[in-house]
Design a protein around this ligand. Structure first.
Ligand code: TRP
Length: 337
């Protein structure tokens, strides 16, 4: 049986947090162990440049994200784990795809439209203010990421589904003009992956600045958990677990039996202070072994780099010959008699 290619990218602009872990990293690592699948997981550092012009931050984020995935046990003997910028063929493909992509298609991208809509709220609106060609063409780069490795399935959050549909459109257009070169990818949105609530009770997200970093050192983790916002109910009052950040995080880590037990304790009126210490103990114990590996990796970044180089080599074993094929298909290959 031919193995399915499953591909996803992680933009290197932040530090992985508990929400990233349960929503994306944990399921991806589980999937990396499936022998019927070849996972392609990459650090989307070219994408990072679209949103972030702080070199130190992009650099540090790449390091932290790579260390996180390795510390959590990503199986790099099966998965192809690489840095996007180590595979320059992706940019070359991005250009080829740009040349078959209708500008009108890009005009409809949600991220771009939202930026224009924000600008139009201002007095003396300039709809183009702050919008770079990188942002405008972002779905093309993402299509190149996906099509380069003929990914069948692309696990993403709901916000990215439109981009995968655009990648399909672009692939179809290219195939129509130049012949069947690309697999049409499908987005996979898992309705069962947990969304965590953050420090302030809204969805945990970098854009709300309410996250708990996954590998926060023990003392800081405890402090952060103690700062999670709760309501003013007293110990002894029965409490509602749904919509409670403490419960939402506990539920994402604990077994169903443990969660059932905690529901009973909510009904019995567990105090917030008590619940915070239950949560801290649980999470801390769960994370400690991976956190040790993470810290060790950050102390020895050459191991991280070696993994990424090995991944890039595997990726380029595909991208270099494929790009040759595509160059030939569009008529820019070397002249031969
Ligand atoms: N744009 C995605 C995000 O912000 C990251 C990404 C880049 C990606 N290239 C990709 C995801 C290719 C899936 C496939 O989350």
């Amino acid at each position: 049986m031919k193995k399915a290619h499953v591909l996803t990218g992680i933009t290197t602009t932040g530090t992985p947090h508990l929400g990233n872990y349960v929503g994306a990293i944990r399921p991806a690592i589980t999937a990396s162990k499936d022998p019927n699948v070849i996972p392609f997981y990459f650090l989307a550092d070219y994408h990072a440049l679209i949103k972030c012009q702080e070199p130190e931050r992009v650099k540090q984020s790449s390091l932290e994200i790579a260390a996180t995935w390795l510390a959590l046990g990503l199986d790099t003997s099966n998965a192809v784990f690489y840095r996007q910028s180590d595979v320059p063929e992706i940019l070359e493909l991005s250009w080829m795809l740009s040349c078959v992509t209708a500008k009108g298609l890009m005009n409809r991208a949600h991220a771009y439209k939202a930026a224009v809509a924000d600008n139009e709220l201002e007095a003396d609106a300039d709809p183009d203010r702050g919008i770079t060609m990188g942002l405008f063409g972002y779905p093309v780069l993402m299509a190149a990421d996906i099509l380069m490795f003929n990914a069948h399935k692309v696990p993403v959050g709901k916000d990215q589904v439109q981009h995968i549909e655009m990648a399909r459109d672009i692939a179809s257009r290219f195939n129509y003009i130049y012949g069947e070169h690309f697999v049409l990818p499908e987005a996979v949105v898992d309705p069962n992956t947990a969304t965590l609530l953050g420090m302030d009770g809204r969805k945990m997200s970098k854009s709300y600045n309410n996250t708990i970093p996954l590998f926060e050192p023990e003392k800081k983790l405890k402090k952060l958990i103690n700062k999670i916002k709760t309501n003013s109910q007293e110990p002894g009052e029965p409490k509602e677990p749904e919509g409670c950040t403490l419960f939402s995080i506990y539920q994402a880590f604990a077994t169903p039996e443990e969660v059932a037990q905690i529901r009973i304790r909510y009904a019995e009126g567990i105090g917030w202070g008590e619940m915070k210490s239950v949560l801290f103990e649980y999470i801390n114990e769960h994370i400690a072994p991976a956190r040790e590996r993470y810290e060790a990796l950050l102390e020895a970044p050459e191991h991280i780099e070696a993994e990424l180089q090995a991944g890039a080599e595997k990726a380029r074993a595909i991208s270099v010959p494929f790009m040759q094929e595509l160059r030939k298909a569009v008529g820019i290959a070397k002249i031969r008699r």
